[in-house]
Design a protein around this ligand. Structure first.
Ligand SMILES: [Zn+2]
Length: 435
């Protein structure tokens, strides 16, 4: 049996919430699911869409699916006053080490897996991306994310090309015991290759992956297509799904019913996919370049990208406003060579409507205020939007307007996300007026 798991043009859905809901329903209403999970997965008993939205359903809808009783029991067991609308993480965030596992699926004699070179590339990717992921997830609490320098191996037998989450939990437990890894502080990541299907995370249904926990050990599952991976992953074979599941695992390692799924608002789950792009400095530290709905074509040249992590204030919105997904982590600092300065009198000051931006496609800045500085190459701008920067940006506009009127000298500090390919239009971080 051969299947293609990933359609790269499709916005992938994360199945964590659906599986989490299924487990919680089973814990309070065992009659809903059989004691042994069917090989065809939880969604063969209760439709995926119902499982996915269970925690947000009205009582009427819950009743129509015979799930009101389970929902009532879960609400009663929740901390007083907690609702799905006001939640942050309740349990400690992850502090530990992620191990990638190369699982070879022997499907009745045919083995489906990834090459050692591709697994090594993914390890390299995650070691580069982990500090960027942590900058975002620490908005939710204290956390740590180390990545093991080598990957684990496991051979498993499957039949008819399929297995389910129960089988996957068995693999995770075997990997922990065979490698003498503690459940507490270890997260195992399993990649599913084309050719076999995890019925609880079926890639042909648009599911990219999910994360869960077994016996106190968090794990991530990712559908991954293709081969000859790169860290840059322009084809998005693995980076979006892997970073999504790992970031969510960090915030909710033990799958508490009330903890948020921090990537879902900015993903296919809410039809609002955002990716965050980074470059590394000479020490390997990541620096945010920009956010985009998909991987920008060359000449844009990132080192790696991750799935966007929603801001805590937007995590229960589906979809949130753009500012909840399209942002640099609060602690992100421009690289030493990234921050540039231009000084002089203004050549022009322009303000325009949202979305018009400035510059040709290869040198485009998505901003609403644009200035030119006499004697300086390129133009410089910033946004005027309803986000965390709105008051600072209005202040910058006032300052520029005064400088324009008085014909006085300004100094702007700006970044060029794509300088190596000749970008000259920059994004302003600071404006200083000189006498
Ligand atoms: Zn998710």
């Amino acid at each position: 049996m051969s299947t293609v798991n990933i359609n790269a043009s499709q916005d992938l859905i994360c199945a964590t919430r659906a599986i989490k809901n299924a487990r919680h329903i089973r814990s309070v209403a065992p009659q809903v699911f059989p004691a042994v999970e069917p090989l065809e997965g939880f969604a063969s008993v209760v439709p995926f869409d119902v499982l996915n939205r269970f925690h947000r359903m009205s009582n009427d809808e819950l009743r129509s699916h015979n799930l009101l009783d389970a929902a009532t029991k879960l609400r009663q067991a929740s901390p007083a006053g907690a609702t799905s609308a006001n939640l942050g993480p309740i349990f400690p965030l992850f502090k530990g080490t992620v191990h990638l596992a190369k699982v070879s699926f022997n499907n009745d004699g045919t083995v489906f897996t990834f090459s050692d070179a591709d697994m090594a590339t993914v390890v390299q990717y995650l070691r580069a991306a982990a500090p960027a992921i942590i900058e975002y997830t620490k908005q939710y609490g204290d956390c740590r994310l180390d990545v093991a320098p080598t990957f684990l191996r496991l051979n498993v037998d499957v039949h008819q090309g399929k297995y389910n989450d129960d089988n996957l939990r068995g693999m995770v437990k075997t990997l922990l015991s065979q490698n003498h890894l503690p459940a507490n502080g270890t997260c195992i990541v399993v990649f599913n290759p084309d050719g076999v299907v995890n019925t609880d995370g079926d890639g042909s249904k648009g599911i990219g992956g999910y994360h869960d926990a077994v016996d106190g050990a968090p794990y991530c599952f990712c559908n991954v297509g293709g081969s000859n991976f790169t860290v840059q992953d322009r084809q998005n074979h693995y980076a979006e799904t892997l970073s999504h599941e790992v970031a969510e695992m960090v915030v909710d390692p033990l799958i508490s019913f009330l903890s948020p799924e921090v990537c879902d608002p900015c993903a296919g789950n809410c039809n609002f996919k955002w990716l965050s792009f980074f470059e590394k400095d000479s020490s390997g530290a990541p620096h945010y370049l920009l956010s985009a709905r998909k991987v920008p074509p060359p000449p844009f040249n990132h080192d790696f990208f991750i799935a966007a992590v929603a801001k805590p204030g937007n995590v229960n919105q589906c979809p949130p406003p753009e500012s909840g997904c399209n942002y640099a982590a609060p602690g992100d600092k421009p690289a030493p060579g990234q921050l540039k300065t231009a000084t002089g009198k203004l050549a022009f000051l322009r303000v325009h409507r949202l979305g018009s931006g400035f510059g040709p496609p290869t040198d485009f800045i998505d901003v609403e205020v644009v200035i030119g500085i006499k004697g300086a190459t390129g133009a410089f701008g910033f946004t005027l939007r309803n986000d965390d920067n709105q008051f600072a940006h209005h202040g910058m506009l006032d300052l520029l307007r005064d400088a324009h009127k008085a014909d006085s000298v300004v100094e702007v500090e700006y970044t060029l996300p794509n300088e190596e390919v000749g970008q000259t239009n920059g994004t302003i971080l600071r404006v200083t007026r000189r006498k």
